[in-house]
Design a protein. Structure first.
Length: 312
């Protein structure tokens, strides 16, 4: 068996180290086994969860973490060693020599909100989205905003653990960052095929969001940043802009009522801003920034320095 090797110094620092050279079949059967274990665990635990968000997403989250943990153990090491995967499959609760996970989660949340608002503002600037006054007051607005944040938090973590937990790190460790990001992004898009009012622009934008989140995961060395960004993106659309998220009307925020105008490919229509070509531009710009900014390279490197090693 070949010895250890570094996958390269992408992003300004080493990000992945593999313990073996995997064949394409070796990667495939691990991914298929992960999916099978995940499905089995969701089927077993799903009926135990309440049917409403956010609790209905708990089986998805736990199944992804448990399935990934089992496979990492099979691959010969505790979580955090095999395939260069981060400790606790991306959600370490303790980081030695560093602040806890909240700074990464908060920074990711702010980034996701900023990207979402950029897309919404672009659509509004071309006249395809505007708002009219709606009933409610500031206390209602704050209460619903907090409730919406909680409503969307566990689903965001569940999707990140499923796609950018074990599968992304396995693929990136074996094939390199870009094939891993593109493949998981394509799957991320296909998982939204059944959403209401979905079209080809929406599917492209969801794939672009997968590229953004995948790059964010690999560059920061874990799932706290991408989970925050995923949550911030959904929250800013559903609550701050009060528009549909991937075709779903999740909340009715007070004070403002949106109104779309023009063709759906420009405004997003009933699918929300994710159905607009202007969102494509915003998301690709965010992905490019994520890929190139020195700040995130420093974040990932700090996690690997002796004083900033991730805890289990």
């Amino acid at each position: 068996m070949p010895g250890r090797r570094e996958r390269g110094r992408a992003f300004g620092g080493p990000i992945l180290t593999t313990t073996t050279h995997l064949t394409a079949w070796g990667v495939l059967w691990r991914v298929l086994l992960f999916v099978a274990l995940w499905l089995a665990l969701v089927i077993v635990t799903g009926p135990l969860a309440p049917p409403r968000l956010p609790w209905s997403s708990v089986p998805m989250l736990l199944a992804a973490l448990v399935a990934g943990w089992l496979l990492l153990r099979m691959d010969g090491g505790p979580p955090g060693e095999a395939w260069g995967a981060p400790a606790a499959l991306g959600f370490p609760l303790r980081l030695r020599g560093r602040a806890g996970p909240l700074p990464g989660l908060g920074a990711g949340l702010a980034l996701g909100v900023a990207v979402a608002l950029l897309a919404v503002v672009l659509i509004a600037l071309v006249g395809a989205l505007r708002w009219a006054p709606d009933r409610g007051d500031l206390s209602d607005w704050m209460r619903i905003g907090a409730a919406t944040l909680w409503l969307l938090a566990i689903p965001a973590a569940a999707e990140e653990a499923l796609l950018r937990g074990y599968p992304l790190w396995l693929l990136a460790g074996a094939w390199g960052p870009w094939p891993a990001i593109l493949l998981t992004s394509a799957v991320f898009s296909l998982l939204h095929l059944a959403n209401p009012e979905v079209g080809w622009v929406g599917l492209v934008n969801i794939a672009a969001a997968g590229v953004f989140l995948g790059a964010l995961c690999l560059r920061t060395g874990g799932l706290w940043w991408p989970t925050g960004a995923h949550l911030g993106w959904n929250w800013a659309q559903a609550f701050l802009a009060d528009v549909p998220v991937s075709g779903l009307e999740l909340v009715d925020a007070p004070l403002l009522e949106p109104c779309f105008a023009g063709p759906a490919w420009l405004s997003g229509g009933a699918f929300g801003p994710e159905g607009s070509v202007l969102t494509t531009a915003a998301m690709l710009a965010a992905a490019a920034w994520t890929w190139r900014t020195p700040r995130l390279a420093s974040e990932a490197q700090g996690r690997r320095d002796p004083g900033g090693t991730e805890g289990e």
